[in-house]
Design a protein around this ligand. Structure first.
Ligand code: SF4
Length: 222
């Protein structure tokens, strides 16, 4: 079975298992999320697609949200933090990400994500085993640590598999990937880096490698 066929089966199984109460996470940053988005659109165009709009994303990322929306005829849902960046600055001090990125991610990413997922049974994400040591043992279906099932259809795809899919299906990708960014998130926490390490360039200077959405232990959910 090809990686694409395996991923499709994982997605279809999740939809059946959760009666359609499945949402699709897409950061509009890396190529994996765009491959997953395209794959899902071939299977079920009614699943809600969402991204976490921290208010600090690159203009190219917002442009890709709009482009993908036109391409697939969807309206990705922008999950927004309770506080604007200015309000967060006023309450916690300017540039919280420079002093405590975990707290900043908790406020700007994790909290709106958990709030949005209430009522869903599962969410799809494009994380892969080969992206980092912390993702090396992820399973296609796992407990997300917060009561839902996290489904990772591309869990065993390689970077080459992703680009082969993107090129074969003419999937739109973030133009910054061709400008030295192997991984894209918020502007203050993203740097150009070697493409050898797909998570390099994120939270430079900190031990942090994840934003908090993918900290749950791997393992199959019951
Ligand atoms: S990636 Fe950086 S700026 Fe974005 S929410 Fe996390 S710490 Fe804050």
């Amino acid at each position: 079975m090809t990686p694409e066929a395996r991923a499709e089966r994982v997605i279809r199984d999740a939809i059946v298992r959760h009666g359609g109460r499945v949402a699709v996470a897409c950061s509009f940053g890396g190529p994996s999320g765009m491959a997953l988005l395209d794959l899902v659109q071939r299977i079920d165009r009614t699943l809600p697609v969402y991204y976490i709009d921290t208010g600090l994303l690159f203009p190219e990322t917002y442009a890709l949200v709009a482009r993908a929306g036109r391409r697939y005829g969807i309206a990705p849902v922008a999950l927004q933090p309770a506080l604007t960046v200015a309000e967060q600055d006023a309450r916690y001090g300017a540039a919280l990400w420079e002093r405590d990125p975990d707290a900043c991610c908790a406020l700007r990413k994790v909290a709106p994500h958990r709030a949005f997922l209430r009522g869903y049974g599962a969410w799809l994400t494009a994380i892969r085993r080969d992206q980092s040591a912390t993702r090396a043992e992820i399973e296609p279906v796992a407990d997300d640590g917060a009561g839902l099932v996290k489904v990772s259809p591309l869990f065993d795809w390689s970077e080459a598999d992703v680009w082969a899919y993107v090129n074969a299906h003419d999937v739109p990708v973030n133009p910054l990937l061709a400008d030295g960014y192997p991984s894209l998130g918020c502007i203050p926490c993203t740097r150009r880096a070697s493409a050898d390490d797909q998570r390099a360039g994120r939270w430079t200077g900190f031990a942090k490698t994840e934003c908090g959405l993918h900290h749950a232990p791997a393992g199959r959910a019951s």
